[in-house]
Design a protein around this ligand. Structure first.
Ligand SMILES: [Zn+2]
Length: 320
């Protein structure tokens, strides 16, 4: 061990374990009672938590080759690396890899500090969880394709996500960060500017007769291109200067340029949140982003179904 060894720093798997503590009926006890005892001080090969000599842990033999991330963990042979009990639960307990591959887990200070798990299965769940962040320690993961097991490799938010307007989350194989409120403001600002353009065009003196047909500018960033892949959206701007839109006011054009520049500088996570906001607005047929977001309420993971051994809810893909 060295000075960089994390001491009691929450890891994704310890956060999950803390949440599971609320449900003593879960059949995970054996992971804490049966394993191997190491003879020397070590660290978990997955989360780096210190493992003291004599402490119970697990060698990596339990990881089967069908586990998608096996190659990144199996390189450690039985005698070279050990996993802590929390990581074992996160990797080999079925619901950890199924229902918790699209989930947000963290503390809810408004509920007396209780650990909570939110489901982030679809676009609405995802945006609801992003805009109703749990308190630290807080981890959010979402698989992008089938058979991705997510929670064991999530990144923990140790700060106040709401206050800092900064959220780390894992999407598929990528760990991203985003600024939820900033992105929401930009989406709202885009609508404001489009309304300004409409006002401007309707008040513009009609100098030419007959009036040339002007196309309505409906968006600055093209939704259809973003919609192809919401997790890595292509940002394609409309050419607002094109004569068919009839915008010749330089002040308006400059405001549009400024907003486009902000969007251009979005982090990858910001782009993903922005694309999901646009998708949700499209599904809900609204342009009022702030009201839309204010009305969302996150759904909790159905622990009753897990405890009763029911298969994942009908909306889960049930493939892994
Ligand atoms: Zn671990």
């Amino acid at each position: 061990m060295n000075n960089l060894t994390p001491q009691n720093i929450p890891t994704a798997t310890s956060v999950l374990a803390q949440f599971f503590e609320r449900f003593p009926e879960l059949p995970i006890g054996e992971f804490y009672t049966h394993g191997v005892k190491v003879t020397h001080d070590s660290n978990c090969i997955s989360c780096a938590t210190p493992i003291k000599a004599g402490q119970l842990c697990h060698d990596s033999d339990f990881i089967t080759n069908t586990f998608g991330d096996a190659p990144s963990l199996k390189s450690f042979s039985k005698n070279q690396g050990y996993l802590c009990c929390h990581c074992r639960v996160a990797i080999s307990y079925g619901p950890s890899t199924m229902q918790f591959s699209y989930a947000a887990v963290g503390r809810d200070n408004a509920a007396g500090g209780e650990m909570k798990a939110l489901k982030i299965f679809g676009v609405e769940d995802f945006i609801a969880a992003v805009y109703n962040p749990l308190d630290a320690p807080f981890v959010m993961v979402r698989k992008e394709r089938k058979k991705q097991h997510m929670i064991w490799k999530g990144k923990v938010n140790l700060h106040d996500v709401r206050k800092e307007d900064l959220l780390f989350f894992s999407s598929g194989e990528t760990t991203l960060f985003c600024h939820p409120q900033r992105v929401l403001n930009v989406a709202a600002k885009e609508q404001e500017l489009l309304a300004q353009v409409r006002d401007y065009l309707s008040s513009k003196p009609d100098k030419k007769a007959p009036k040339k047909k002007v196309r309505q500018l409906k968006e600055l960033v093209r939704f259809m291109q973003m919609n192809v892949n919401l997790c890595a959206p292509a940002i394609v701007f409309n050419d607002c200067r094109h004569e068919s839109y009839g915008i010749t006011d330089s002040a308006i054009l400059e405001r549009i340029d400024a907003l486009c520049e902000v969007i251009r500088q979005f982090s990858s996570g910001d782009r993903q949140i922005y694309a999901h906001l646009r998708k949700l607005a499209y599904l809900k047929k609204t342009q009022d982003f702030k009201s839309m977001v204010a009305q969302l309420s996150p759904r909790e993971v159905d622990m009753k179904a897990i405890i009763e051994g029911k298969p994942p809810a009908a909306d889960a893909d049930g493939t892994d």
